[in-house]
Design a protein around this ligand. Sequence first.
Ligand SMILES: [Zn+2]
Length: 601
Amino acid sequence: MKNFSIVLIILMLITFTIYIYYSKTTVKILRVYNPSSIAIDINRNGRVDVNEKFTVNGVETLTSLQSDYQRDLAKSLGIDEEIALGIGYYAEKYAQSILLDKNVKYKILPDGTINISFEAKNYNKIMQMSAFAIKDKKAINKKKFNEQASLVKKVKLRIYNNKSNKYHHLDCKYGQMAHDSVILPINSIPKDAKPCKYCSDKSYKNKIAKSIKQKPTNAYEVKVISEAKPQKFTISNGKIKLILTDFTTHFTVDTKCTSEYCTELLKNINNSKHSIDMALYGYADIPDVTNAIRNAIQRGVNVRMVYDVDKDNGNYYNDTFKIAKMISESKNDSIYKKSKYMHNKFWIFDENVVITGSANACGTDFSEFNANSILIIQSPEVAQIYKKEFEQMYDEKFHDKKEIIENKENILLGESIASIYFSPIDNIITDKLIPFIENAHHYVYMPIFVLTHKKLTSALIDAKKRGVDVKIILDATGAGNTYSTHEELRKNGIPIKVENYAGKMHSKSIIIDDEFLVAGSMNFSKNGESANDENCIVIENPYLTKYYKTFFNYIWNKIPDIWLTKNPPAESHYSIGSCYDGIDNNFDGKIDNEDVGCIQK
Ligand SMILES: [Zn+2]
């Protein structure tokens, strides 16, 4: 009896030791992002923590996401990209089926990757034998690999976007960017879903490819030298003209209409025959512009305006109510009485030309004292989209009372493809812009007024971690915003220069990979995305984008490196020209020599 008890105790001890040993060396797999990227529950709290995501060592595999690496891999495997993405999709499904929720043994290697095994089987071997993993860019099980390829060809996988109810080929960049999407065989896609025009219509795609090769017209070459003389920063390519204003060479504000932006505006007002619709945050009198609008009304042009009224029944700019009275056909958002702005700055002429961007109708923007990006687009199609948005607001439907406007993505504009978005309904930053950041391969440059948006901040940090060159030029008042995330970005190794000039860096732009440029009225803040009335355009055009990049580098090189770590006060001797411009640069109610920043040396 006594012996039996001892044996029992020993047995229990052994079981306990095995249990302790087992539970220490095995963990549950919580996520399988793709065959070589997983999350394991090291601390056993049942959820994925920051240091629990790993790359599985030595697993060479295809995935359903486009990348330069995968394109290269497809080439050496002798298959086209769409098939590679399809095999990648099945590889992900297979890895999930054998790994998810499994307890595995793991070992973290010195390079931070991980080795895993379960049920005495090696994961890499399983993947290679199923032909979902490869070795040295070659399929190990060639026969099986060819079977996978022909299966993919047969089922015709497509990316289905739940939100837009459109479907894309796996290698369509717009499909790859869609957020709320799933991959499905073509016969499982809802019957009423529409194919994406860009990737389904070969002639459309060819047309774009051909036109995008055309050289820009009236292009100015911008020389990137630190002491570049003041010059026009304007480029036209087909139906789009991009005006960038150089705030490093303009230190005075006047009410003359001599800038490229103002003279273009004037020309369009004077040429209008039928209608001018303007959605303006506010208006500060520029006599030439006011007179031109008055003349237009007198010759019978139907001039209408929508504008912002703030919660105190006022407007940021002095002459807004005066011009609204003169135009008479004007509406505002005063019935909403909330801290939401009608923050647009767009003009529609004869339902044919749209002028939009970050520039307000005021002296500081017309004089090129502030840095802005302005687009002039000649297109009845684009004008129709802006008109629909204007009509909603003219109907006194502002902010969250507006309805969604359909069919405003991937519009072919000769040399460019344009997609137009409106706040707050389009959830622009989260649903539209972040996917572009997530798909960036080479660089993301941002000349901007404000950056407080948290998800955008995370997306930029992730891009930097992937090796994308991320750079930001931020306005000095924007850097003073309590919620500005620029210090967090700096901590994560992203170079940010806070500008040191009198005028504001007032652009709200993103420039990506010599391919896409983003412009409009929307600041990169929560209010910009989900409260205000705003417009934002994404333009795919390599010439315009490269040109904007050159401009960005020109400004970047002019700002001293000291402002990579420090923030110059907006009204002080550190900000060039700000103590002599007659402007309250930092919104503290004090101008030039009254301001403490200008008194202190
Ligand atoms: Zn597509």
